[in-house]
Design a protein around this ligand. Sequence first.
Ligand code: T3D
Length: 264
Amino acid sequence: MTSVQNYNNIIFSKNNKVANISLNRTDVLNSFNYDMADELIHALDLCKEDSSIRAIILTGNGRAFCAGQDLQEATGEGSPGIDEIIEHTYNPIIKLIREMPKPVICAVNGVAAGAGANIAIACDITFAKASAKFIQAFVNIGLVPDSAGTFFLPKLIGMQRAAGLMFTGDKISAEEAEKIGMIYKCVPDEDFDSTVNAFANTLAKKPTKTIALIKDLLNQSNSNNWIQQLEFEKKNQKIAANSNDHKEGIKAFFEKRKPEYKGN
Ligand code: T3D
């Protein structure tokens, strides 16, 4: 494991092809202030540009994943104001995650509240520790959900359940979150790190360019009808078919061996 960048509010390391970003403001349950947002955006940009990174794990240090906005910063003297906070912090982070041309795995190690919960479900694949909880906490302080939660949550769990969670601000367990399709997998606490790392390492050996093309199709499916989607699939399939990894996949198939994908 090598640390590739020094930050004050996140921990960034790289192990082979996998980058690990841990939110690290443990005293305030990794809630976002401007500095942590700047560092996360910087780290995500770095992951986007570095072709040797082929999977990203986003997690939290300490007992929480993220408690959303730092309410001290949002309400204190000289606070930037709510729309500026959203423009500075949450909208760029969600865009970077969704437009990242490689898989972003969220490892929800503890409570995920407010924007923390919605960043978690905006990632491609979300694992949670069995002891973790998810809270659409916004309504508890008289705010509406942001960070694209009103977009992703109803798609994942349906309008009724999304409304229930968002209107009440009730917490739900990781087990329940998996059961209703809000996350990919709930994992026993003791197996969490090894499960997530093994998964990320497996994904990092897959044809990364193809995964980026799949992600692009999934993003497009949010706004296209199925006829348009057929066209996009044809377009992206053509790009995939011209990739080196496709050639390697076919070669390996006929040579009856495991493919060695380079990600391009
Ligand atoms: O401008 C804008 O606000 C726009 C952006 C909005 C996006 C949002 O995310 S709005 C939603 C903001 N988040 C919340 O409302 C969640 C607030 N936190 C909680 O409800 C609870 O802390 C949790 C349910 C997440 C966890 O509860 P618990 O009992 O395990 O921990 P705790 O004792 O409440 O918190 C531990 C410490 O972290 C505590 O500090 P202390 O007393 O030890 O000095 C607490 O104040 C601090 N903390 C927790 N969350 C935040 C926070 N400090 C600042 N901001 C937080 N969001």
